[in-house]
Design a protein around this ligand. Structure first.
Ligand code: NDP
Ligand code: HSE
Length: 442
């Protein structure tokens, strides 16, 4: 059977993994796809790297053209599928749109590009009748896009909560387990190839927000709305809170959360307390996990490697197989890019963070004297916030201040913010109140 020809743009971590796995499992993959999948051309700025990555133990084994001109690949009439593994939204966007305009199918792992320009890219692909596949863009090797678009298509999805950034999960796990410093763990995550080129995207929650934006669009049939996501990373997280959370039976994870509510869709990323007894709370290191709640199926949990060369290549190649199988199908009969038919996307609003409903962990530094707790609980009661638990730590020797920790039941973010402002104004409260969100995920 005639092979399908692939042009690979970018042979770094994921591109290198894709080349290697495709070579190693070529026969098995061809049996699945129905015809061989052959990378005929590789473009990378670094030709030495491209040469090295495409050799097998120092030997050239395949006929692969190497070039530093990615634009020549998207214009190559011999190329059927373009894999974009350069990253970012500059040249990558131009290349993807040119590939589509030239009638090529596209496979990409670029969540930043899709979360910010996905609507334009999918529209261009639909007009041209080509596929844009992006399994590797969320949670690396975990087939979560496939699960949402196909496996769960009977369900009305209610919410998704995911550990979808390996770098931050690795940092939180190592800091908690080994007492290592934030900087040391970040360096290790970069060395292992988990972190983005700009690691602030990982640490500040931007990468997770790109991914939850994509999952939200697939779950609820809405356009990509990354600009409306609420984003808070882990850089301001205090080790004290990791410790107190643990004592209270919770773990802190950076979660991407999207929820359907009567008023609209919640779309948010922030450090979150979750009960330690939940499976997802025990996802450690660079591993990812996504919990999906559907009305028919209930909870389903997807776990695996969310980054790294071969785990991500696994998703890229699954897309290559899908595209190869559907290559000759009528575009109307392919799985829609965003799971719902393009003319059936809904305009459910994304809720501003003030309108989000969740529970809270509050840590306050207070004077250890009678009436303090009563003053604070009165403020919470005035805002109709119900308290779930209160813990007061013993003050240190010769200290007249102590830590007070409160867990609340669910309330609106604007209510907790109003209460915090009043609490901080009390003369018996020192400094700022630490506020973290808490999800039971039951
Ligand atoms: P890398 O930086 O390792 O690889 C990108 C490669 O593209 C580099 O070799 C780079 O060269 C090359 N490149 C940059 N600009 C051009 C250009 N104009 N023309 C040709 N080549 C170019 O990135 P990753 O492999 O880690 O990531 C690729 C994509 O996959 C990103 O979108 C990322 O977000 C996504 N992803 C990554 C995962 C991972 O585990 N690493 C997991 C899931 C998704 P140079 O280095 O010289 O700039
Ligand atoms: N930087 C990302 C992470 C890579 O740490 O999860 C996978 O998308």
């Amino acid at each position: 059977m005639k092979p399908i020809n692939v042009g690979l743009l970018g042979i770094g971590t994921v591109g290198g993994g894709t080349f290697t796995v495709l070579r190693r499992n070529a026969e098995e993959i061809a049996r699945r796809a129905g015809r061989p999948i052959r990378i005929t051309v590789v473009a990378d700025k670094n030709l030495d790297l491209a040469r090295q990555m495409t050799e097998d133990r120092g030997q050239r084994t395949e006929e692969v053209r190497l070039t530093d001109d990615a634009f020549s690949v998207v214009a190559d009439p011999e190329v059927d599928i373009v894999i974009e593994l350069i990253g970012g939204y500059g040249v990558a966007k131009e290349l993807v749109l040119k590939a589509i305009a030239n009638g090529k199918h596209v496979v990409t792992a670029n969540k930043a590009l899709l979360a910010t320009h996905g609507n334009e890219i999918f529209k261009a692909a639909q007009d041209k009748g080509v596929m844009v596949a992006f399994e590797a863009a969320v949670a690396g090797g975990i087939p979560i896009i496939k699960a949402l678009r196909e496996g769960l298509s009977a369900n009305r999805i209610q919410w998704i909560a995911g550990i979808i950034n390996g770098t931050t999960n690795f940092i939180l796990s190592e800091m908690r387990d080994k007492g290592l410093s934030f900087d040391a763990v970040l360096k290790e995550a970069q060395r292992l190839g988990y972190a983005e080129a700009d690691p602030t995207f990982d640490i500040e929650g931007v990468d997770a927000a790109h991914k939850i934006t994509i999952l939200s669009a697939l779950a609820f049939g809405i356009p990509m709305q990354f600009d409306k996501a609420y984003i808070e990373g882990i850089s301001k997280l205090d080790a004290t809170d990791i410790r107190y959370a643990e004592q209270l039976g919770y773990r802190i994870k950076l979660l991407g959360i999207t929820k359907r509510t009567a008023e609209g869709v919640e779309l948010r990323v922030h450090p979150t307390l979750i009960p330690s007894k939940r499976l997802i709370a025990n996802v450690e290191g660079a591993m990812n996990a996504v919990l999906v709640q559907g009305d028919a199926v209930g909870s389903t949990l997807y776990y695996g490697k969310g980054a790294g060369a071969e785990p991500t290549a696994s998703a890229v190649i699954a897309d290559l197989v899908d595209v190869t199988r559907m290559h000759t199908a009528d575009p109307e009969h392919r799985v829609p890019h965003l799971a719902f038919q393009p003319d059936q996307l809904s305009d459910l609003p994304i809720l501003p963070m003030d309108e989000v409903t969740t529970s809270y962990y509050l840590r306050l530094r207070v004077q250890d004297k009678p009436g303090v707790l009563a003053d604070i609980t009165r403020i919470l009661a005035d805002e109709q916030i119900s308290i779930d638990a209160v813990i007061q730590k013993e003050p240190g020797e010769d200290e007249d201040q102590t830590d007070l920790i409160l867990l609340t039941h669910q309330t609106r973010e604007k209510r907790i913010n109003a209460a915090i402002a009043k609490v901080e104004a009390l003369p018996v409260v020192a400094g700022k109140v630490t506020r973290l969100r808490l999800e039971e995920l039951g």
